[in-house]
Design a protein around this ligand. Structure first.
Ligand code: MAN
Length: 353
């Protein structure tokens, strides 16, 4: 297997202790999965900040949002109605909860390495009943002077995709939930194609089907239809259990290049790539057979949820070839790695789509 990522020597770029919790009584457990964009000559991250109360012996406690307030739920670890086998999710009395509550935080940087929280840009918190368990993993697409933010909205109603738009990162328009449960990993294309908006998304089908990448089309970016399933999981490969889009596809001479994540049944998350037709993104032209990035550094192998590299944001440099992907490592740290787009394309298999 060939891992072609050139990891930044400064990794991890951000760790939980680098930011202040949003609310007294909470601590930051994880900083992960940033959306990335350029604004006012700086590189910006919209980072997922996952918080929980300080760990107490014999207790599992986690926050949920209730009419704009944070409510802490506490359960004793030996409660027979508690099922806690995954660091990320628990089940209590038959209901699933997240162990952390996520919001989104804006950070910026002059060099793409050292990030700070600029004054006057507020955290984006979950709002309303469809975001009671938080908002996560925001992708950012810039199209015609507007930034489109697509993110995961979590509540006991399910996991779906929310949309906000902004021009200045201070005033936001909320467009509610654009793709209902179960759906996440939504990335809007950076250009309209034949007059339509396009987006990749990842519905999960519980019975027949699976966790596949789909393509949707929209006349206005709010109402999505003409859904097509374009990338499936592959048995016995690194992406056998789940696949999901990274950030908006990259326009290349050969077509739209998408960096995506795939997980196997051991919950190892790697990155790969696929290529679609430039005029018809439902046509898959090629796909990597092997991952292009595999968790291997210490900070990728062990952490809040180990063996994970997950990306939903990147920057294509002016040379048109250098790609910096920002990624969440072991669901706990924000890191970066560089790729050559040409090298990624050289690993695409045209008979493997
Ligand atoms: C999965 C993981 C978690 C996430 C939930 C809800 O369990 O990706 O990190 O919080 O889904 O989206």
């Amino acid at each position: 297997m060939k891992d072609i990522a050139k990891r930044f020597s400064e990794n991890p770029l951000l760790k939980p202790a680098d930011l202040k919790p949003s609310t007294e009584g909470l601590e930051i457990a994880c900083l992960l999965n940033p959306g990335v964009f350029q604004y006012q000559d700086k590189t910006w991250l919209i980072v997922r900040v996952a918080e929980r109360p300080a760990l107490k012996e014999n207790l599992i406690s986690f926050p949920v949002l209730n009419s704009g307030n944070i409510k802490i739920i506490e359960i004793t670890k030996d409660d027979p109605e508690l099922k806690a086998t995954d660091a990320r999710v628990i089940n209590y009395k038959g209901v699933d909860y997240l162990t952390t509550l996520s919001h989104l935080r804006l950070l910026c940087s002059d060099d793409g390495i050292r990030f700070y929280e600029p004054e006057g840009y507020h955290p984006i918190m979950g709002e309303g009943i469809l975001q009671a368990f938080g908002i996560e993993d925001c992708r950012v697409t810039f199209l015609k002077n507007t930034y489109y933010l697509t993110f995961t909205s979590v509540s006991d109603n399910g996991v779906g995709v929310g949309l906000k738009t902004t021009a200045d990162w201070k005033n936001f328009q909320s467009h509610g939930m654009i793709l209902p449960p179960h759906n996440k990993d939504c990335a809007v294309f950076s250009e309209k194609i034949n007059g339509q908006y396009y987006a990749l998304h990842r519905p999960s089908s519980v019975e027949i089907g699976g966790n596949y990448i789909w393509l949707a089309q929209s006349p206005d970016s709010i109402h999505w239809g003409n859904h097509k399933c374009i990338i499936k999981t592959r048995e016995n490969l690194w992406d056998s259990a789940r696949v999901g889009a990274g950030a908006a596809p990259i326009k290349t001479d050969a077509g739209w290049l998408e960096i995506y994540h795939g997980a196997n049944y051991q919950n190892q998350y790697c990155l790969g790539a696929f290529l679609t037709d430039i005029n018809d993104p439902s046509k898959i032209i090629a796909r990597t057979e092997e991952p292009i990035m595999i968790p291997s550094a210490d900070y990728e192998v062990s952490g809040f949820f180990g063996n994970v590299v997950f990306t939903n944001g990147h920057i294509v440099h002016p040379d048109g070839d250098t790609l910096t992907i920002y990624y969440g490592a072991s669901d706990e740290f924000v890191c970066a790695a560089q790729f050559s787009i040409k090298e990624v394309c050289s690993l695409l298999k045209y008979d493997h789509a």
